[in-house]
Design a protein around this ligand. Sequence first.
Ligand code: IPE
Ligand code: IPE
Ligand code: MG
Length: 235
Amino acid sequence: MARRLHVAIIMDGNGRWAGSRGWPRLEGHRRGAATLRSVAEAAPGLGVGELTVYAFSSDNWKRPCEEVAGLMRLFAEYLESETRRCVENGIRLRVEGRRDRLEGALVETIERCERRTADGGRMTLRLAVDYSSRHAIAEAASRGRTPDAVPDVDLMIRTAGEQRLSDFLLWESAYAEFWFTKKTWPEFSVKDLELAISEFRLRVRKFGALPAPHETRTLGLDPRRDPLAAIAADA
Ligand code: IPE
Ligand code: IPE
Ligand code: MG
């Protein structure tokens, strides 16, 4: 059986999705939460063992306080409503990022949700909240370590047409494959995740080495015609 994947998603475009309909930005975030629920529930069946999603960056504190307050309320509601569903679906929910700037009640909700879903064995769903990859790297380095809370990413997805990391999993994406879509996050569906994963499976990952001979075969590269594949086949 294929190794289970670590997929990371930068869930972007909630505000644009709502704005294009003349709706408040928070409505976009609400719809985004519904997308996350369906994607997270389908992901284990698509071979995903870890799903890490960017929900609120440390730079998102710069947004208007009504939007920040609305997002924090939405996280609390999401954690409350998803705990039971995660338990039923065998999903372990974890929250990554700083907790010292979150309200006490939200931290308690996070801890309760993490405790109750701790035995979920089908997939780990990691929500990055008040997350900054630079901060995580600097913090680990100050203890003489490298960041170890999140494993290496196989596939990094970003919605809404932007092609940047915005301080998400910089360390862990060293050899990630990237997949971008113009669809906003509320428009994203399980079909899009399936498409991203099927395209990922066609990529040749080399990690600085030469492609393994079996990969040149599965990709249909003929070592007699492809000089790079020929070198790999000899190795
Ligand atoms: C992503 O959607 C969600 C968060 C950053 C919390 P945005 O809110 O960034 O939506 P756009 O990019 O403004 O459309
Ligand atoms: C990144 O999106 C953060 C999340 C998706 C939670 P942003 O919308 O904040 O990123 P920039 O500002 O476009 O880079
Ligand atoms: Mg955005």
